[in-house]
Ligand binder design. Structure first.
Ligand code: DAH
Length: 340
């Protein structure tokens, strides 16, 4: 028996000689000390040993097991220490290496313009109201004096969700919601996304509008013109003039198209203003009596003006952007240029 024990001890010594990882060590340990390992097998054989020899054999086997356990414990400790040292060495950080600078973002030109517009109009006493992007036919069209058989519906290619629900085509829809809930004096600004089935270099199926509405006693086209002059100077520059051209919108009467004098050439005529000296920036007009009436506001007592502009269009003019798609693609090479 002693020979067998010596043999086992030798084979353990040999097996662990070159062991470098605790995983391999564990495997070897199981081979000898595991439930089905060599030593456990010897222990089981004790049953067949004659009774008078059992105590002696038991002692020998226990000593062997103890020797084994001590051996593996000691090796385990040593290998774990080595592994830990290696791990620390691998994870060492060289604090003298130059740092990586995180890229800072820039505010999107559309947001810049939107904020600037809000700040200009807030300075004139306008309050911001945001209406829903999914509207029903009534707010987007009918209440704005555009019933379903009205030819003006063809001015806008609408995305319908159901027969009655649609993606709003204009922030003008919010005007009605405001007038239904608030009595004059009203002075609101309504920015938001609008949707139209339209797609080319200057049109996008989704774009941003900024709507304004003023209702009070004695509001006239002169008030609109005065406010627009002020607005144009603030957004495009001190020397900018405005002019009104007759136009048509179902919800305003009279309706106008508002031009600003070309800020590129000062009105002499250039490529930007296509030689005319003027650039169209928004639509506006005196709120149609029928719209006021529909909202429960007496048009014989109150009157109002409204205006609506495309935020992307203002951004394109202000920053000299020639394709609207640039404002939606999120290309950092483009957006970087607007870093403050
Ligand atoms: N809603 C018009 C459009 O999308 C723009 C507009 C024109 C708004 C005249 C107004 C307005 O409030 O008075 O084309």
């Amino acid at each position: 028996m002693q020979d067998k024990i010596n043999e086992i001890e030798q084979s353990i010594d040999k097996a662990v000689q070159d062991v470098k990882s605790s995983k391999t060590l564990q495997e070897i340990k199981m081979k000898f000390l595991g439930k089905t390992g060599t030593i456990s097998a010897l222990m089981k054989n004790m049953r067949d040993v004659p009774a008078d020899e059992r105590p002696k054999m038991g002692k020998l086997l226990n000593a062997l097991r103890e020797w084994c356990e001590n051996k593996f414990d000691e090796l385990e400790n040593r290998i774990k220490n080595l592994e830990l040292k290696k791990k620390y060495a691998d994870e060492k950080i060289d604090v003298t290496l130059p740092g990586k600078k995180p890229e800072d973002g820039a505010i999107h030109p559309n947001t810049l313009v939107k904020r600037e517009l809000i700040s200009i109009f807030a300075g004139m006493g306008f309050e911001v109201f945001e209406g829903p992007e999914i509207e029903n036919d009534y707010y987007n069209f009918t209440a704005l004096n555009t019933p379903s058989d009205h030819p003006a519906r063809d001015m806008q290619d609408t995305f319908y969700i159901t027969e009655d629900l649609l993606l709003r085509t204009q922030t003008s829809a919010g005007q009605v919601r405001v007038m239904e809930n608030k009595k004059p004096p009203i002075k609101i600004l309504s920015p938001g996304k609008v949707y139209r089935s339209d797609d080319d270099a200057t049109h996008s199926p989704m774009f941003t509008q900024m709507e304004g509405l003023v209702v009070d006693k004695g509001i006239t086209l002169c008030d609109l013109k005065g406010m627009l002059d002020e607005f144009a100077k603030k957004i495009f520059g001190e020397n900018i003039k405005t002019r009104l051209r007759p136009s048509y919108f179902p919800f305003t009467e009279p309706s106008v198209e508002v031009d600003v004098s070309c800020f590129e050439c000062g009105g002499k005529g250039c490529r930007l203003c296509k030689g005319t000296g003027w650039i169209e920036v928004l639509g506006a007009g005196i709120v149609n009596r029928r719209v006021l009436e529909g909202c429960g506001i007496d048009p014989d007592i109150y009157s109002g003006f409204a205006f609506g502009m495309g935020v992307e269009r203002i951004a394109m003019l202000k920053y000299g952007i020639n394709n609207m798609k640039l404002l939606f693609e999120g290309d950092v090479r483009f957006l970087k240029q607007f870093k403050a």
